[in-house]
Ligand binder design. Sequence first.
Ligand code: MN
Length: 229
Amino acid sequence: MTEFVFSPPPQASIAVKDNEARFPVRRIFCVGRNYAAHAREMGKDPDREPPFFFTKPADAVVDNGVAVPYPPETGNLHYEIELVVAIGKAGSYIAEDDVYDHIWGATVGIDLTRRDLQTLAKDMGRPWDWGKAFDNSAPTSALVPLADVPSLEKGHIWLAVNGETKQEGDLSDLIWSVKEHVSILSRSMAIAPGDLIMTGTPAGVGPVVAGDVITGGVEGIAEIKTPIV
Ligand code: MN
């Protein structure tokens, strides 16, 4: 057994619906601009760009219902509601038709974004990490096993702030479907059990402040509630 100079950090994990056992998180991949209307609101042409990915640290996950402290160094914290898929089986160069064999389950999550730092990074040609990969930046609801997920290809996705609807879309609006983008991702990196993929957000992103309560969901899969404090 390997000895360490100090105790390793606890394993990051998310809850599993109707199960006391938790899903250990290895990495978090995020798909950029995967709904046409959101690509347009970010000033990009949705038709011409292949999917691209960025990452968050595994320990950025926060359980459903747990409050997130307003993060430092931003004055423009944005919500992005997203379908999250969880990988249960390793693979690389996975064919689209085989992708579901590698998926353990799905849920809903919020890609919290320090939009001002992300915009600065874009303008200066710097990495997105400080805008995307900060502490507590990935609230994620309980995971639903794939057999209990009605569809990854259609279903209403929505987000509200203090009960007022801000984002609405449908999984059928994804520019790159789950089968497509997981296949593409697996050509760049071997995916592994424990990986989460945040699949992109529909239009309507915007700011929250301390005291706001974010709610959201994906029809038939999961809902989430995240207070900002
Ligand atoms: Mn996102």
